[in-house]
Design a protein around this ligand. Structure first.
Ligand SMILES: [Zn+2]
Length: 220
């Protein structure tokens, strides 16, 4: 059973400051505001390498060449534990940009996303459920330097990630990557070295969505 805490539950209406009524999905008796408790979006970046060092800039290291991934050791929440570089998406921030920003802040590296590897719900924090998107990223520039909420940034072999890991879902993702690597190694399947997914201009897509929304609003 998933334990649900009260840390993220509001006690007062955020619109008019009246005490909320009802448990779980509470509501405001004055202005009618309903407080929905929803998971928050988070992002993580997976930088794969064929050893304990940075790949060449622009080179994507796919399985079975990928034997290592970049991890950071946390200093803020769950200090001393390890995770893939990750963090929250800020309001009005585009999701791919958020993944690259978090990666840069925690590792010093400029990267670009090349595709979504996994999407999972995170229930490890009972008062703050999240939905995480794990992106495969490609190294572009910069020197490896832990920063922000991390004090170490190092490559570790996929089958033996650093312990303790902060998040059970990171373990699931790493296990899937490891299995994929071993499976493909065993089968002797060599993947192409290029980007496997079409590049979408996400900032442009967001601007298009805003334009669409402004037109809808004008029609109302
Ligand atoms: Zn209210």
């Amino acid at each position: 059973m998933i334990e649900t805490g009260s840390g993220m539950a509001f006690r007062y209406c955020p619109l008019c400051a009246t005490p909320l009524r009802g448990a779980g999905q509470s509501h405001c008796p004055v202005c009618g505001y309903i407080h929905y408790r929803n998971p928050v979006s988070v992002v993580a970046g997976i930088l794969l390498a064929d050893g304990p060092r940075l790949p060449a800039p622009g080179r994507l290291v796919p399985p079975p060449d990928a034997s290592h991934a970049l991890f950071v050791r946390r200093t803020a929440k769950f200090p001393g534990t390890w995770c893939l570089p990750c963090g929250y998406i800020e309001y009005e921030e585009e999701i791919h940009a958020a993944a690259c920003r978090e990666f840069r802040e925690e590792t010093g590296l400029e990267v670009e996303t090349v595709g979504v590897y996994a999407v999972q719900s995170n229930f490890h924090d009972p008062i703050n459920h999240t939905v995480g998107t794990w992106f495969l990223v490609r190294y572009l520039a910069g020197a490896l330097q832990a920063g922000d909420d991390a004090d170490r940034a190092e490559f570790f072999p996929l089958p033996t990630p650093p312990e303790p890991l902060a998040f059970p879902t990171d373990r699931t993702v790493i296990a899937a990557l490891t299995a994929r690597t071993e499976l493909r190694s065993a089968a002797g399947v060599a993947l192409g070295k290029g980007c496997p997914l079409p590049i979408v201009n996400h900032a442009e897509a967001r601007d298009r969505a805003r334009l669409w929304w402004s037109r809808i609003k004008r029609r109302r």
